[in-house]
Design a protein around this ligand. Structure first.
Ligand code: SF4
Ligand code: SF4
Length: 389
């Protein structure tokens, strides 16, 4: 994905959303329509809305926090799981809590990512149907209203949210959409994961009966934000459609990933969410066949991002800062025609100045040709003209 593509995509996103402030008219009316049949225009607009939400992430998160926070609601910003666990310990202490209500502890990605069950076990906190504190996944945050979307919720959970107990919600920084009116579309597109059609949803803004704490977790997602060609991967709905059709993932399964995140999008994000050393190889777990893009409800350009990720991983390729600096200087040197036309002896002298002796020892440095291509080409043309005359 080159810069021009990126800029024009962002421009389109801004124009489309600004010109259509009320996307409610585009919401799907029939919740039983299978996703693949959903209006392409709707999905495209939703994709642009997600993209714009991520592009203005800091602004949207700040806006959300301002609208959500009050004397009953508080946001905890967590850099990583240690931040989450430190603050959870304080919460359990303040509320004198000894147990948690957390149904389906293994089915939620964010709880598995945090390893919450090990935290509860290590701190001797029981899992009970009527726990002192109730844990929920905040599937999406809405920046315009400061409310939270909870999917796959039964009516009983709706009353639980107001039953006077302490509620703790967990989400990651990328789960934000600028406009609440996209709730229905999000629910539709995401519901594939459950395999049971559209899920029940609750849009929650807090209640006066309960204390509500929301953990918004980074866990290295900002590393991806730094790579603007890869940012779109953060808009992935985690619906799982691409995993089902990817020939590589279907062959190798999730075990080789040794991670909560698996499949086509993990091929893009894992080196940045974890470490490049450990996860560089997943960028190559792809044949660029494009099947994932065909089924993605928001048409994420997965292949482009995988190629960009490979390029970026090569650029970060274990070269220490000093060598990187020298290599950049050398790149500038060899792209300067005048300098390349100096004598061979001088060129080798300059080259050795740029590259450290350690690097020269561990890499085979090709010698420069006797004369530059530019000089050789000039000679060739001159010879041709002479022959013609
Ligand atoms: S393009 Fe890559 S990630 Fe996507 S389905 Fe094909 S092999 Fe899998
Ligand atoms: S990339 Fe698309 S298909 Fe794959 S999980 Fe994300 S939203 Fe679903």
């Amino acid at each position: 994905m080159n810069n021009d593509y990126y800029t024009s995509f962002l421009d389109t996103a801004n124009k489309v959303i600004d010109n259509n402030n009320s996307p409610a008219g585009f919401c799907l009316k029939d919740l039983n329509i299978p996703l693949v049949a959903a209006d392409k225009a709707v999905r495209n607009r939703f994709k642009l809305a997600l993209f714009r939400s991520i592009e203005n992430l800091d602004e949207n998160l700040a806006r959300f926090e301002k609208l959500f926070s009050n004397k009953h609601n508080a946001v905890f910003w967590a850099t990583d799981y240690n931040d989450v666990f430190d603050n959870l310990k304080k919460l359990f202490k303040i509320h004198k809590a000894k147990s948690v209500r957390l149904p389906n502890i293994n089915s939620s990605t964010i709880f598995r990512e945090l390893g919450i069950k090990y935290f509860l076990r290590d701190n001797k906190i029981d899992l009970l149907e009527e726990g002192d504190i109730q844990f929920f996944v905040a599937d999406i945050l809405f920046a315009d209203t400061g409310s939270i979307l909870l999917l796959n919720q039964s009516n009983s959970n709706f009353s639980r949210l107001n039953n006077g107990k302490t509620n703790v919600f967990f989400t990651s920084i990328d789960r934000i959409v600028c406009n609440t009116e996209w709730a229905e579309i999000y629910q539709q597109l995401y519901s594939y994961k459950s395999g049971s059609g559209a899920q029940d949803m609750i849009i929650f803004k807090g209640s006066e009966n309960c204390n509500n704490y929301l953990f918004i977790i980074d866990n290295q997602r900002t590393n991806i934000l730094h790579h603007k060609e890869l940012r779109q991967s953060l808009t992935c709905l985690e619906c799982g459609r691409c995993n089902d059709v990817c020939p590589v993932f279907q062959t190798i399964g999730d075990e080789p990933y040794n991670n909560v995140f698996v499949g086509p999008v993990a091929n893009i994000t894992l080196p940045y969410l974890e470490t490049i050393e450990t996860y560089r190889h997943v960028a190559y777990a792809c044949t660029l066949c494009g099947r994932c893009e065909e089924v993605c409800p928001i048409n994420l350009p997965i292949r482009d991002m995988i190629i960009d990720s490979r390029q970026s991983l090569l650029a970060d390729d274990n070269i220490d800062k000093e060598d990187r600096h020298r290599l950049n200087a050398m790149r500038k040197f060899i792209s300067n025609r005048k300098k390349m036309n100096v004598s061979n002896f001088l060129k080798h002298h300059l080259l050795f100045k740029y590259i450290s002796s350690d690097y020269r020892k561990s890499h085979h440095i090709l010698p420069f040709g006797k004369e530059s291509f530019n000089k050789a080409y000039k000679k060739l043309i001159e010879n041709e003209q002479r022959n013609k005359n």
